[in-house]
Ligand binder design. Structure first.
Ligand code: AMP
Length: 420
């Protein structure tokens, strides 16, 4: 029996990894334009980090955590999400003293013991952003716009931004009471999970995917009617800010997010193209979280993008990075040509040209096959004939044409390749 990968954990093979690299390079570029700075935290954390922050009744903590004991019996987990880890690092490193308004981003693998299906895995990757230190609605608007800008920079321009306010500790309890009263009336129509949620996390019922629960939820009281004046103003300002940045949105009172720590702003970017797992990104405001985790009182807001879903969208839409430059294949035949070619390809790489070279002494026919296979734009041919004549043959694989340039005129070789 061949050895297999763990269920729900995927290999990312080179063809797809190129898309991942593109996504990651755009992440650094776009987030850098807004002066957000990268933070890296360990994949493994102590159980406490998530038990305290996510809320004990959330499905992640209840049943999805990869937790185990290390050799000394300490309870540790593979991180299920990034926000709590970033908060732990922020508090532990007293980062508030270095930067009272920290704009941070991270990326990496997350682990949840969920039932694997298309778009839902046990190891998946997130790109996330956290801004700690401001309650200003324009901060919510800025990072939502930044996400929008990032998607558009990859060519994805049809995501829907759905946004809601979840209220705060002042106004949410009254809403929750009314919601529980309403849902209790229709308890018999809810799925088993939602009946359980009713006592623990009634808000989650509003975004249950089961049709019968959705029918009940559609008539439920709306949080918008219960927002206190502060929350209402905050929400209005966030919406106005998003508009001012030039992004569009739709208010959806069904957006509640799965985790206990969210307050006020909650949002998702959704797509029509990926079936049931339609959320590409989600986020919101978590003003009480830093305090809850033992830090100073610091408001915060953030989001996380699911990279697998983003990459699926890129594939679905046949979007690829376009400006990689020409790929060149160096077909050298014979030892003398091979030795000369090694120097030539080193020079080409110094000019930023991507070159693959073959070293196995095969004939021209099999080298041309290889060049075709890797999708090279140009094949450089150097055999004994070319060496005798002091030339390099350059075959344009798209045009099916060939030119010969003087072997010692390196700059015209470069110009020819870069011009194509
Ligand atoms: P969350 O941390 O649950 O708010 O998720 C944020 C984003 O991460 C979602 O919108 C998804 O795109 C992605 N995501 C969450 N869970 C998974 C999973 N199990 N597999 C793949 N992507 C996921």
């Amino acid at each position: 029996m061949p050895i297999k990968a763990i269920k729900g954990m995927n290999d990312i093979l080179p063809e797809e990894a190129e898309l991942w690299q593109w996504v990651e390079s755009e992440m650094h570029r776009i987030f850098g334009l807004f002066h957000y700075r990268e933070i890296r935290t360990p994949v493994v954390e102590s159980l406490e980090v998530f038990a305290r922050s996510l809320g004990s009744s959330t499905s992640i903590v209840e049943k999805e955590m990869y937790s185990f004991e290390d050799r000394q019996g300490k309870k540790i987990v593979l991180r299920p999400e990034g926000t709590a880890s970033v908060m732990r690092a922020y508090i532990e490193n007293h980062y508030d003293q270095q930067d009272p308004l920290a704009r941070l981003y991270y990326h990496g693998p997350m682990y949840r013991y969920e039932r694997p299906q298309k778009g839902r895995y046990r190891q998946f990757h997130q790109i996330g952003v956290e801004v700690i230190g401001s309650e200003a609605p324009m901060i919510d608007a800025e990072l939502i716009h930044m996400a929008d800008y990032f998607f558009k920079s990859l060519g994805i321009d049809d995501l829907e931004l759905e946004i809601n306010s979840l209220g705060c500790m002042v106004c949410r309890p009254e809403f929750t009471d009314k919601l529980i009263a309403y849902l209790t009336e229709y308890k018999a129509d809810l799925c088993e999970d939602c009946i359980r949620r009713l006592g623990k996390n009634p808000l989650r019922i509003l975004d249950c995917k089961q049709e019968k629960c959705q029918a009940v939820a559609s008539e439920a009281p709306s949080i918008q009617e219960f927002l206190c004046q502060n929350c209402e103003e905050h929400f209005d300002d966030v919406l106005e800010g998003i508009g001012r940045f030039g992004s569009s949105y739709a208010v959806n009172t069904g957006i509640v997010r799965g985790l206990d720590y969210y307050q006020r702003t909650a949002f998702e970017f959704t797509t029509q193209h990926l079936g049931a797992q339609n959320a590409v990104a989600g986020g919101g405001r978590y003003d009480g979280l830093v305090r809850l985790m033992g830090g100073p009182h610091m408001p915060g807001v953030g989001f996380a993008i699911g990279v697998e879903r983003l990459v699926s969208l890129l594939k679905e839409k046949s979007l690829t990075k376009t400006d990689q430059g020409s790929l060149v294949f160096m077909a050298a035949i014979g030892t003398a040509a091979g030795n000369k070619a090694v120097k030539l390809v080193s020079e080409l790489r110094k000019q930023g040209i991507r070159v693959e070279m073959s070293y196995d002494g095969k004939g021209l026919k099999s080298l041309m096959k290889r060049s075709d296979r890797i999708g090279a734009r140009y094949t450089l041919i150097l055999g004994s004939d070319e060496l005798d004549k002091g030339v390099l043959a350059i075959r344009d694989m798209q045009e099916q044409s060939q030119v010969e340039l003087p072997l010692d005129d390196f700059s015209s070789v470069v110009t020819h390749i870069q011009g194509g």
